[in-house]
Each structure stands twice: as structure tokens, then as C-alpha cells.
Design a protein around this ligand. Structure first.
Ligand SMILES: Cc1ncc(COP(=O)(O)O)c(C=O)c1O
Length: 394
């Protein structure tokens, strides 16, 4: 027992959380206070901040399927997937996701975050080495922390650094973890080279294709499919249903035995309430729309490139987008927040990324393209972002 000693004063209950105020002051000084901005149901601003890349979140077919499923199956899934939380909708969604992406099997989770936690922790362990790109998504990083594996985070998009880490590892089993399209700058991982390096060193490859599905690959089948890796026996893909598919939830796709292993061992699957039927139905319908309208992904890419080119020509430091995400450098975190706020005042909502969400410490505006944006929307966005720019932004 750790009972306080005689010299220790016991903190009164109303002071127990005093340390939070000191932390909040520290964040305020560093310009890192975050604010929730609840939006109304009507789209009043031009949205370049969300992840609804194909504009399907409000599509009547997709939202209608969600509403119908809620009425038929209930508002919640009622239990964990292994108890009462698996409906026929979940099974059909898993079947269709695997078919669309070209993998043997798929397993649906309640979010992309829990899918990543489940995949990383169950495909590694205390007897494994994990090698990651240092810019991977926070959910993968959390998975690495929980894994108890030896973790090496190496230089960004650098297969040689991955090879070196694999060659010098102390554990026999190894897992290489990367995003396909990175969340901050929208740049693409060298998936083909990473796969070759993994094979040279007997490692498995786990790719988070959250930003690739619906945007890259034939008909939006994702970056892993585009790299010719989706059906491979040593490759596992994670996705979210909350970006291009306009719904909510996540999934792991890969060899049947990997999926079976996840069902038996992934704690973020077993001890989590299953995805709501409405979200499963929405994702299933969105997948059908994507299959029927394979031109949608090309429109997203065209818009992202137009935004990047126009803002680059205006003198800003802009990423070269491989997917839907375009980032624009800001002079600092405060300037980035003020810049985004001025854009919002003028009717254009953009994302704002700053430390600790940016691995290189550079604050940015983060813009996302959508298939349903018109040329006039791009014109307006470029004009507003340029007019609202702080000194030092170009
Ligand atoms: C690369 C990446 N992976 C995983 C996630 C998590 O997905 P979800 O929002 O479905 O939990 C996100 C989304 O924020 C993401 O950008």
C-alpha cells in the first residue's frame, strides 16, 4: 500500500485536478489550445476540411440506406461483434470490401482507429520487431505502444532506412507499418519498394490505406491495390469507412488466416461494441456507388492538383498531392489558427494542423479535395486563402 507518510499533506478533492490548469496554461502559451466548432446541418461554408472525398456522406442513397437500416436493425448494434453485434449487414459489408479491394477476407471494426490498434497489436508482440515510417497516423503509433514489440520509427518514405532497421533487428518476427497516403501532406509511400524490402527480410507489411481507398487505384480500390499488393500473402491493409465511403467505421483486409487471428485475439474488436447497422449499411451502399461510378476518384485527384498548382503559383509552400490532401505551410501555430479562422469568416472551411499533430513541427493549413467541387469552388478557395494569408506565409 502507498499510504501517504506523516510528512505528506493530502491534496483536497477540489485541488486534485489543479495540475490540469498548469497544463492548459502551457498549451495556451505554445498556441496549442484546440476548440470545438459545432456545425449546423446546412452547409454554409465551402468545406475543404472534411474527409468526405467523394461527397457521399450526404448522398441520398447512402444516407437513406443508413436511415432504413436504423429502422430495420436498430440504432445500435447491441453488443460486441462476437456476441450480438454482428448482423447480416456486417457480414455482407466484409464480403463486399474484400471483393472490391481484392483480398481474401475483411473484418469490420467500429472505427479506423480501432482497426489499426487491432491490426498492429495482433500482428506483433513482445517477440516482434516493428519498423514504421516516422509520420504514420496516431492510431498506428498507439498500436505500436500497446504492442510491447521493439519499435523503430525511421525516416519518412525511406525503404533503405526500413531495410537497415530490419537487418539490424534483434527479434526474428517483423512487421513494417506505413500509411499509404500520409495524412498531413498527402504524399504516397513507396509501397512496391517497401514490399520488396519486407520480402528480403522476411517481414510482413501493414498499410493504412485510409486516404487511398476511393481516391487511388482502379475505380478507387486504393493504393495497395494500385501497387499490386492487395492479394499478397504477406500484406495486410487497414481502411476507414469514414472518408471516401462517407460513413463511419473501419476494417482490416488481408489473408483469411490473418482475419481469423484478429477475430480470436484483437482486443479492440472483441471488447468493443460492433459498428452501428446504419453505418454498415451506409458503407455498403457507398461501395456500390463507387463501383457504379468509377470516375469519382479521378475527379478528386484533379481537384487536389488544381488547388495545389494554383496555391503554389500564388507563392505558398504547398505539398504535391498524391491523393486528396493538400497542405499549405504557415509561419507558425498561431498564424495557422488565425489564417484558418479568417478563411472560415469568408466562408471557406480549411483544416489547421500544428504540433503535436504534425511530425515535422511545421504548422499548416490542410485542404481536402472532393469529387463534387466545381471549378468555381476552387477559384473561390484560392482567392480566400490568398487574401487571408498572414505575413510570412509566402
Ligand atoms: C491515416 C488514418 N488512419 C486512421 C484513421 C482513423 O480512422 P477513423 O476516423 O475511422 O477512426 C484516420 C482518420 O482520422 C487516418 O487519417
Amino acid at each position: 500500500m502507498n499510504a501517504p507518510g506523516p510528512a505528506t499533506t493530502v491534496t483536497p478533492p477540489e485541488q486534485v485536478f489543479d495540475w490540469l490548469d498548469a497544463e492548459a496554461d502551457r498549451r495556451a502559451e505554445a498556441g496549442l489550445v484546440r476548440r470545438l466548432r459545432p456545425r449546423g446541418p446546412e452547409a454554409r461554408e465551402l468545406d475543404l476540411a472534411g474527409n468526405d472525398y467523394l461527397g457521399l456522406a450526404r448522398d441520398k442513397r447512402v444516407a437513406g440506406a443508413a436511415a432504413a437500416a436504423a429502422l430495420r436493425w436498430g440504432a445500435g448494434s447491441t453488443g460486441s461483434r462476437l456476441v450480438t453485434g454482428s448482423t447480416e449487414l456486417h457480414a455482407e459489408l466484409e464480403h463486399q470490401l474484400a471483393r472490391f479491394c481484392g483480398t481474401q477476407a475483411a473484418l469490420v471494426f467500429s472505427s479506423g482507429f480501432t482497426a489499426n490498434l487491432g491490426a498492429v497489436t495482433t500482428l506483433s508482440g513482445a517477440e516482434s520487431a516493428i519498423v514504421t515510417d516516422k509520420y504514420i497516423h496516431a492510431s498506428l503509433i498507439e498500436g505500436c505502444r500497446l504492442s510491447r514489440a521493439d519499435v523503430a520509427a525511421v525516416a519518412h518514405r525511406d525503404p533503405a532506412a526500413v531495410a537497415h532497421a530490419l537487418a539490424t533487428r534483434r527479434k526474428r518476427r517483423a512487421l513494417v507499418v506505413t500509411d499509404s497516403v500520409f495524412s498531413v501532406d498527402g504524399d504516397l509511400a513507396p509501397l512496391g519498394e517497401l514490399s520488396r524490402v519486407c520480402r528480403e527480410h522476411g517481414a510482413a507489411l501493414l498499410v493504412d490505406d485510409a486516404h487511398g481507398l476511393g481516391v487511388l487505384g482502379a475505380g478507387g480500390r486504393g493504393a495497395v491495390h494500385e501497387a499490386g499488393l492487395s492479394g499478397e500473402p504477406d500484406v495486410v491493409t487497414t481502411i476507414t469507412l469514414s472518408k471516401s465511403l462517407g460513413a463511419q467505421g473501419g476494417a482490416v483486409l488481408g489473408p483469411r488466416r490473418v482475419i481469423k487471428h484478429l477475430v480470436d485475439t484483437a482486443r479492440s474488436f472483441i471488447f468493443d461494441t460492433g459498428l452501428a447497422p446504419a453505418s454498415a449499411a451506409a458503407a455498403l451502399t457507398a461501395l456500390g456507388v463507387l463501383r457504379d461510378e468509377p470516375e469519382l476518384p479521378g475527379r478528386v485527384l484533379g481537384t487536389a492538383r488544381a488547388l495545389a498548382e494554383r496555391l503554389g503559383a500564388a507563392g505558398f509552400t504547398v505539398s504535391s498531392p498524391d491523393g486528396a490532401v493538400v497542405s499549405v505551410h504557415a509561419p507558425g501555430p498561431d498564424e495557422a489558427v488565425a489564417w484558418a479562422a479568417r478563411c472560415a469568416e469568408h466562408g471557406v472551411r480549411v483544416g489547421c494542423f500544428r504540433p503535436p499533430s504534425v511530425p515535422d513541427g511545421v504548422s499548416r493549413l490542410r485542404l481536402t479535395a472532393r469529387a463534387d467541387l466545381a471549378e468555381s469552388d476552387v477559384d473561390r478557395a484560392v482567392q480566400v486563402i490568398t487574401d487571408a494569408a498572414p505575413p510570412g506565409a509566402r
